[in-house]
Every structure is written in C-alpha cells, then in structure tokens.
Write a protein that binds this ligand. Structure first.
Ligand SMILES: Cc1ncc(COP(=O)(O)O)c(C=O)c1O
Length: 498
C-alpha cells in the first residue's frame, strides 16, 4: 500500500550514502520518480519532516534542501503546520510523460475502499512488534504443522493435474463436504455446493449475481458485515435488526424496507462475530419461519461452527430449511487455514449453478492445490483430529484471557464468557471514543478492533480475540490497554468525547 487513510504516502526507501550523487539530489530524484510513475498523486501528502528525515535516515538539514528544491520546481507545496503536499504533476518537467489522472480513475471504480480503520488494521497487522489483540484467526502455533505436512505430501501424490477444475469446484472436495455437512443435518448432493475462494467471495458473488441496486440486506445491528463494503459498493442498503442475548429478533425487522424479490437477511447465528452470541434453537426456528412467510432468503454465515467448547451449538438454520430459503456459507479459514482461501456456498442447484458460472468468469475457480489439500484433511480424518486437539487449547486461551480481564478490566468494562469462536465483546463502562482509543493503542504497539467498525453508531466496545496473540502477549497487551483506558484523564476524556 503506498498511502495511509489520511492520504500520507508510505516511504520505504533510503538514499545510498555511498553514491556520488549528493543526498538531497537523491531524495529529489526519488520523489519525482514516485510522482512520475503515478504511485503518488496530486493531493497526497508526505510524512512530516521530522518523521520523513527519520525514515530516510538523513539529517533534517539534508531533507530541508531537498524539499526546498522540490518547492522551487513547483512539485510540492510546504505549509508550516500543514505538512508537505504534492501539488502538480503536469509541470514542464513531466510535460512529455505526465501519468494518467489515476486519482480520477480510482475514484470512478465501482467498489468502495475499505473502512479507513480496517485499512489501518490491515497494514499494522504486519508491523514488527505489534501485539494483535483482536485478530480473527488462529495463531500459527495452533495450526498443526505435522498434519499439514502429511496432507501436503498426499496432495503431491493425488493432484495429478493442476489444470482448471469444473465450475463448481473439485468433485472430491464437494463430496467430502457433502459428507461433512450431513453431520450438521444438512443433506445436500455435491451439485448444491459451490467451492469459493473464501466465504467473502460467496458474499461478493451474491451481491453481484443475485440482487438489484437498492435491495435491502437485513442484518444484526452489530455485525461483521458492517466492517465490509461488499453490498454498499453495489448500492444496496444494510438495514439493522435489533438483537438481544439470543441474537437477531425477527419480530423487530422493519417490514417497511421489505419489497418482494430483492431483500435478503444476513446472519451469523453461531458464535456471532463480534459479540460471540449463539442463537438458541427456538430463535432459529422463529427466524426461519419469519423469513419463509415474508419470502426473504437468508444468508447463514457459519464460519465459527466447529469451534465450540463444551457443548455442540444448535444445528444450522439450513438443517431446518425445508423450502430452500437458506444460502449457507462455510469456510476453513477460522478452524484450520485462512491461507487456503477456501469456503463453500450451499443452496438450491439453480442458484449454485448461476453463481458458479459467474465465478468462472471472475477467476476460473478456486486454487486447485488448496482444494486437493482440504479434501485430504477431510477424507483422512485429520481435520477432526485437529479439532479435538485445538478445542482444549482455545479453551485454555479463553480462560487465561478471562482471568487477565478480571484482573485489569473489572472496574472498567463488562463481558460475557464465550462458549466458542474467538471473541470477547468488551463493553467499556466509560463513554470513550473507541476510534481514538484505537489510535492511542496503536502508538503503544497494541492493535485492537474498535466496536464502531461493526456498528452504525459509536458503541463503546472492543472486540478482543484470544485466538491469535500468544499468552505472554495477551498478558502484556491487555494490561497496557487497560492502563491506556484508565490513564485517559478527565481532560483527555473531555477531548475524546468532543
Ligand atoms: C463471520 C465471518 N464470515 C466470513 C469471514 C471471512 O472468511 P473467509 O476467510 O472464508 O473469506 C470472516 C472472517 O473474519 C467472518 O468472521
């Protein structure tokens, strides 16, 4: 990524002190090069001079000479207190080779950029030394390397071709998934299963392949879906549905937004992201009944199903579905390996064929190697073995995290004990702008997902995950986070709330 969400360009280069070209000239050349290639655009800003000098590994005086030169050339504008901005790419220097107006192209694209906080999270996750307190994936230490090796060795023997695969995905994998799903009461043939490149892609396919602009997507008021821009990018409206401790409340769905043939309901009934709520069986049946009567198809996102702790959760909505109301999404990202980029969409044959046809036009199918590898994991029984080993480890992490919270957050937040999945939904007692807390935490090398990215309003919550950071990181990170919250003085507090 060449820019952060504040339009400040990323600089990952240093002048070469052994070169004969003086350092200021090297810096001028580097900046002109970035602009002339279209990497940096008019309106983008450079990091502040102190920071830029640090990144470049030069004295401030060296940088000042380079900046003055660029200002004199009309390439950048330097305003005291407002930073340094790129002002012109069409000056005489570039007359013959001015780049296209990339900014205008970028702004014309159909797909919206990510939520700015998510852009920052995506970047900071790879910063050295950062403690990731909210990451929604397994720690590399929880992925069984010996079994993975075994699976990949078998794949080398079995995957006799790496050609494109059939439109719905590898038949062996779809058959293995058909067997796997039947344990959850979902009895479907392979022709009702589409293999996708992660369940996110299934959402994307549904958004572009099945709905008109202005369609309504009903969803839990607080939802993972809010942190994405998939449906909004194709001009659809997310309509919030109130929740209680059993999840989405069907009786509270605002029927004024219903119009036949173009509404859908998206829900995560099992170990909901981010709240961890599990919808009880009774509510599942109520919701299904409401959707059947009102002819609203359901997208059931079951990403966390296999990660239960003490009790198996209620069966999926799909297992009660006698009328083809539910499109069911599964993924291997949470329980085994997000890097496989594999998920599955289960639904009526006509829908699966249509979306499979669109997928073929988009990417000609999910990665064949991954599909063979997952087939191996499922068929060999290694996946089940892995889950049996994983569950106690996740329970241990959850329990330790709860103890740390008890120690440091007792007087500043409330939470519930998750029965599965990865997340603890921390509700702060004091009104704090969590977006600003996010920035303060990032400065202290702590990465959190503020609750506001999952909600329509500021909600005073933080999603904590016990699946990714190691125990010693959780101890240090959560204590640091609690101190940050406590140390927000009355003055800061007033400023943060303003
Ligand atoms: C509820 C839910 N659905 C889908 C996804 C994305 O999964 P995938 O990696 O299969 O695209 C996530 C990831 O955070 C999730 O929490």
């Amino acid at each position: 990524m060449s820019k952060n969400n504040a339009g400040i360009v990323t600089v990952d280069w240093k002048p070469d002190k052994s070169e004969t070209l003086p350092l200021p000239n090297q810096i001028v050349k580097y900046i002109i090069d970035k602009i002339s290639k279209g990497d940096w655009l008019v309106g983008d800003r450079l990091p502040c001079q102190r920071e830029l000098a640090k990144i470049l590994g030069v004295n401030r005086s060296t940088l000042v000479i380079a900046i003055a030169e660029l200002v004199a050339m009309g390439i950048i504008e330097s305003n005291f207190g407002k930073g340094t901005k790129i002002v012109n790419t069409t000056w005489s220097l570039f007359m013959s080779s001015a780049p296209p107006n990339w900014k205008s192209y970028i702004n014309s694209g159909i797909h919206n950029p990510n939520v700015p906080t998510i852009q920052v999270i995506n970047r900071l996750e790879y910063k050295k030394g950062i403690i990731r307190l909210s990451t929604g994936e397994l720690s590399p230490n929880l992925i069984p390397h010996d079994m993975m090796e075994e699976a990949l060795i078998s794949v080398a023997k079995r995957a006799n071709s790496l050609n494109y695969l059939e439109p719905l995905g590898l038949i062996n994998l779809r058959q293995a998934l058909s067997n796997y799903l039947s344990r959850y009461g979902i009895h479907v043939p392979p022709s009702c299963i589409l293999i996708v490149s992660g369940s996110l892609q299934a959402l994307h396919l549904i958004s572009i392949g099945m709905l008109k602009p202005n369609s309504t997507i009903f969803t839990e008021r607080i939802s993972y879906l809010r942190s994405l821009r998939i449906f909004q990018s194709v001009k659809m409206n997310l309509q919030d549905v109130p929740m209680d401790k059993s999840g989405i409340i069907p009786a509270k769905i605002d029927t004024r937004h219903l119009s036949s043939g173009d509404s859908l309901l998206y829900t995560i009934p099992t170990f909901h992201n981010p709240t961890g709520i599990v919808m009880p069986e009774r509510r599942r049946i109520e919701l299904l009944e409401w959707c059947k009567i009102n002819q609203v198809p359901i997208i059931e996102d079951d990403a966390y199903r296999d990660l239960w702790f003490d009790h198996v959760p209620p069966l999926p909505l799909k297992s009660y579905d006698q009328h083809g109301v539910v499109l069911y999404l599964g993924t291997i990202s949470k329980s085994l390996a997000p890097g496989f980029r594999l998920g599955w969409l289960v639904g009526p044959e006509a829908v699966i064929e249509h979306l499979g046809d669109i997928k073929m036009q988009i990417d000609y199918g999910a990665n064949s190697l991954s599909q063979w590898a997952l087939t191996e994991w499922l068929e060999s029984g290694m996946y089940d073995k892995h889950l049996e080993i994983l569950r106690p480890k996740l329970i241990e992490r959850r329990d330790i995290t709860l103890q740390i919270l008890e120690r440091h957050f007792k007087n500043i937040a409330t939470w519930s004990t998750p029965k599965g999945g990865f997340y603890i939904w921390l509700k702060l007692n004091t009104k704090i702008n969590t977006a600003k807390l996010f920035n303060l935490a990032a400065e202290s090398n702590i990465l959190i997902n503020p609750g506001s990215i999952y909600d329509v309003v500021e909600n005073n919550c933080i999603r904590i995950s016990y699946s990714y950071a190691e125990i010693d990181e959780l101890i240090v990170g959560l204590q640091r986070l609690a101190d940050l919250i406590k140390n927000i003085t009355y003055k800061d507090y007033r400023e943060i709330c303003s």
